[in-house]
Design a protein around this ligand. Structure first.
Ligand SMILES: NC(=O)c1ccc[n+]([C@@H]2O[C@H](COP(=O)([O-])OP(=O)(O)OC[C@H]3O[C@@H](n4cnc5c(N)ncnc54)[C@H](O)[C@@H]3O)[C@@H](O)[C@H]2O)c1
Length: 344
């Protein structure tokens, strides 16, 4: 197989989507995989026909000649693995959440910058085609200058059966899901200067918060509300759709359930269906996320080819990750939290 030679570390629940995604990408393929769990290594290796298998990432780096590594483990291992990639001068993709703490994330960005190694966080939600469609409307100028946004993810979908670790952490919805929705807020309305947060836990069977409401002041002057819930029982379950409202000086954008996009602007009102395609290997309702995996992986390969910094580079993602830290701090203190100090 021609093109870039990649390796995947972490063969768990979500990595299967990443492996499927790599099959779709021209110019790159996965030549080796690693997991410390022998059963997961076997399952993914057999499913994708990968013969070169490792239980230890250091052994894999020592034995393989790689153009990039795709880290699909959970956060506790991210720093060590990214630093290992930097030491080997292997460009790295790291799953979200970037790291256990902002200090770790900053150290990872520094390690890669010092080694002159590209680093991208697999922050894929902004790559969903409905979200890209909203961005395109903003770029067209149709609604003028945005002054308000609401980015909303409310669901009662059982995420715990596929990802049991989500039920046990002291932090849940902001760290796991809100991180994506906050990133969409940054993607659409620009960086935030302040965040104010309220959280609660409705589901008594889990350890962390499952409802979060966040108010962001953006540097542009716009205000947004980012609201997330895994305790919202609706007539039609919207998982995993992010719903969006943006008001601008010349009109509005509404991305409603069912991937219905309504734009009212300088040229009147237009309604369109921005449903993501159902890729051959994808399954509803995950197809929206699955398509975004392909899009971000293609972006990575394009960036490696051109030397461009990925949109969700490690440096960029520090600003999303700082929002997560600030949201937890603000939820505890009930005070607004300024981002400047955290990002120094
Ligand atoms: N971007 C998205 O849309 C999305 C969706 C779901 C999960 N995720 C993220 O993906 C990551 C993985 O989640 P998951 O649900 O697949 O977890 P998982 O627990 O199912 O899989 C993680 C795998 O990594 C392996 N692993 C952990 N540390 C390792 C190490 N040091 N060396 C080798 N293998 C190691 C584990 O054995 C496990 O098989 C998480 O950070 C999660 O937040 C992202």
């Amino acid at each position: 197989m021609a093109g870039l030679r990649g390796a995947l570390i972490g063969c768990g629940f979500f990595a299967v989507n990443q492996m499927q995604g790599w099959r779709e990408i021209e110019g790159a393929s996965i030549v080796a995989i690693c997991d410390r769990d022998a059963e997961r290594l076997r399952i993914v290796g057999d499913q994708f026909g990968i013969a070169r298998r490792y239980s230890d990432a250091a052994a894999m780096f020592a034995n393989e000649t790689l153009d990039f590594v795709d880290i699909a483990t959970t956060a506790p291992s991210h720093r060590a693995l990214v630093e290992m990639a930097a030491a080997q001068r292997v460009p790295a993709i790291c799953q979200k959440p970037f790291a256990p703490t902002l200090a770790d994330a900053k150290a990872m960005v520094k390690a890669c910058a010092d080694a002159d190694v590209p680093l991208m966080v697999h922050e894929n939600f902004r790559w969903q085609s409905p979200i890209q469609a909203v961005r395109a409307v903003l770029d067209s100028g149709e609604i003028g200058t945005p002054f308000f946004g609401r980015i909303s993810f409310r669901s009662a979908y059982d995420v715990f059966s596929g990802q049991p670790y989500l039920a046990t952490g002291k932090r849940f919805i902001i760290e796991d899901l809100g991180i994506h929705i906050l990133d969409i807020g940054r993607f659409l309305l620009g960086d935030a200067s302040t965040i104010t947060t309220r959280t609660t836990r409705v589901n008594p069977a889990i350890a962390g918060e499952d409802v979060a409401t966040m108010l962001m002041d953006h540097a542009s002057g716009a205000t947004s509300v980012v609201d997330c819930s895994y305790a919202t029982k609706l007539a039609v379950e919207p998982f995993p759709e992010t719903l969006i409202e943006i008001d601008g000086s010349d009109g509005t954008i509404r991305l409603a359930q069912g991937y219905k996009l309504t734009v009212t602007g300088k040229s009147g009102t237009a309604v369109s269906d921005v449903s993501p395609p159902l890729l051959s290997w994808a399954s509803r309702p995950w197809h929206n996320i699955q398509e975004s995996v392909v899009a971000i992986q293609q972006h990575w390969v394009d960036c490696l080819a051109t030397g461009k910094e990925p949109a969700t580079s490690g440096a960029d993602n520090l600003k999303t990750f700082a929002l997560v830290e600030a949201a937890y701090a603000g939820a505890a203190s009930h005070e607004p939290v300024h981002l400047d100090a955290l990002l120094k």
